[in-house]
Write a protein that binds this ligand. Structure first.
Ligand SMILES: *[C@@H]1O[C@H](CO)[C@@H](O)[C@H](O)[C@H]1NC(C)=O
Ligand SMILES: *[C@@H]1O[C@H](CO)[C@@H](O)[C@H](O)[C@H]1NC(C)=O
Ligand SMILES: *[C@@H]1O[C@H](CO)[C@@H](O)[C@H](O)[C@H]1NC(C)=O
Ligand SMILES: *[C@@H]1O[C@H](CO)[C@@H](O)[C@H](O)[C@H]1NC(C)=O
Ligand SMILES: *[C@@H]1O[C@H](CO)[C@@H](O)[C@H](O)[C@H]1NC(C)=O
Ligand SMILES: *[C@@H]1O[C@H](CO)[C@@H](O)[C@H](O)[C@H]1NC(C)=O
Ligand SMILES: *[C@@H]1O[C@H](CO)[C@@H](O)[C@H](O)[C@H]1NC(C)=O
Ligand SMILES: [Cu+2]
Length: 215
């Protein structure tokens, strides 16, 4: 029976039905996750991606600050991937892109219709990176900072790729802080109850869009 089988499908695969990604509302303002690219001896790529809840609790603000991109092999892409990175840093372990609404990679992400893109396809929605360094600061209304929701980013990872999709480097998201606007302290609040910043150059200065310095 069609009705019951579709209900069964939803119960069995609660986060794997096709459709536009919904704008995420009711994120907890002040929650912040950071993925800091590791010091690895097989790449010069360094930097961080920070996902902060927007001040209006709708989606998130993303700050990207990445340097050391190779002189060959760009433009580079980066995405939120489904799984965390294994302890050996093998970026294959991050799995595929975060895609809770089964947008798939076909057709490719059209930045004019972000709701039809894979939730994790940050480069598709907000621009690819050219080297040697890139900084971006933009809102993405489809990201969740609330655990147990389909588009939650906090237990996942960032992967940086060459244009040919080969993975260059990757990092887990970790919580940087949950701090309310002067209200009750949260269970996560600790030393991180302060504004976040990305250490090291380049600084994130261009609100609203991404930019690359020339190779
Ligand atoms: C890179 O680091 C790994 C361990 O993380 C080590 O096994 C390897 O020898 C190093 N390679 C170079 C060229 O330093
Ligand atoms: C929330 O803030 C973001 C970033 O400033 C903005 O893009 C979005 O339209 C706002 N949403 C609402 C519902 O106000
Ligand atoms: C992808 O591009 C990089 C940089 O040009 C290169 O080193 C790598 O071998 C390429 N990977 C594949 C699978 O072609
Ligand atoms: C990423 O997070 C997972 C899950 O917490 C953990 O097992 C893994 O060691 C972390 N990976 C790295 C490279 O820190
Ligand atoms: C990473 O994992 C993949 C898949 O398990 C494997 O094929 C590859 O050899 C691993 N790479 C390294 C550098 O260990
Ligand atoms: C660096 O090594 C990790 C595994 O340790 C691998 O996943 C990644 O693809 C490598 N990066 C480059 C640029 O070879
Ligand atoms: C991450 O959190 C989401 C939402 O709670 C959950 O569905 C998913 O299984 C978690 N992923 C991992 C790798 O723990
Ligand atoms: Cu990716």
């Amino acid at each position: 029976m069609r009705f019951s089988s579709s209900i069964f499908g939803l119960l069995a695969l609660p986060f794997a039905f096709a459709g536009d990604a919904p704008v995420v509302t009711n994120n907890v303002v002040g929650t912040s996750y950071i993925a800091t690219l590791p010091d690895r001896n097989n790449t010069s790529v360094r930097g961080a991606v920070i996902v902060n809840t927007n001040s209006n609790a709708t989606g998130a603000n993303v700050q990207v600050s990445i340097s050391g991109l190779p002189s060959e092999g760009g433009p580079f892409t980066y995405h939120i991937h489904e799984f965390p990175v294994a302890p050996d840093h093998n970026c294959s372990s991050a799995g595929a892109h975060l895609d809770p609404y089964a947008a798939t990679e076909s057709p490719p992400c059209d930045s004019a219709q972000e709701q039809k893109c894979q939730v994790g396809d940050l480069a598709g929605k907000h621009g690819k990176m050219s080297g040697p360094s890139y900084s971006g600061n933009y809102a993405d209304l489809f990201l969740s900072t609330t655990p147990d929701t389909p588009a939650f980013v906090g237990n996942r990872s960032i992967v940086v790729h060459y244009a040919n999709k080969t993975r260059i480097t990757c990092a887990n998201f970790t919580i940087q802080g949950t701090f309310y606007n002067g209200a009750a302290p949260s269970p996560h609040a600790s030393a991180s109850s302060r504004p976040v910043s990305v250490a090291g150059p380049p600084t994130v200065a261009n609100a609203g869009t991404g930019s690359s310095t020339p190779v």
